[in-house]
Design a protein around this ligand. Structure first.
Ligand code: HEC
Length: 115
């Protein structure tokens, strides 16, 4: 009896954690409703990244080198740093409505715009 109960509890817990992971995966795989990389970049990132203020890597044609050097640590790490913040780069670039995928899309937009 005890074993049956434990077994039921364990499979319930296992099922719960699996579906939680699935839900998170789905959520992580998409940007926010109505998200637009260019508009959000202009609103949240342009102030520092167009001018290179405080040592921010510049965005725009001719700035590929600034990004090549940063991408050497891997796109995932660059996105992680943008989410968590690094030195004078504030967490999520102060875009409080951005989810992690929005930030990833913004970083891709910034890198693509700098070729
Ligand atoms: C207040 C100024 C400021 C704002 C606003 C800002 N950044 Fe930054 N960002 C910086 C600075 C400064 C660095 C350089 C940090 C360093 O490596 O020392 C940086 C670096 C980065 C990097 C490179 C990280 C790495 O690993 O090398 C990315 C990506 C980035 N910012 C993305 C963004 C995005 C996306 C936004 C808008 C949502 C944003 N930033 C808004 C100042 C800013």
């Amino acid at each position: 009896m005890l074993n049956l109960k434990t077994g039921l509890f364990l499979s319930a817990a296992l099922f719960a954690s699996t579906s939680f992971a699935d839900a998170q995966q789905t959520e992580l795989a998409q940007v926010s409703d109505g998200f637009n990389a260019e508009t959000t970049y202009m609103a949240s990132c342009f102030a520092c990244h167009s001018s290179g203020a405080a040592g921010a890597p510049k965005v725009g044609p001719g700035n590929a080198d600034a990004w090549t050097a940063r991408l050497e640590k891997g796109m995932d790490q660059v996105v992680t740093n943008a989410i968590a913040g690094i030195n004078n780069m504030p967490p999520k670039g102060l875009c409080f409505t951005c989810n992690d995928d929005d930030i990833k899309a913004l970083v891709e937009y910034m890198v693509d715009s700098s070729n």
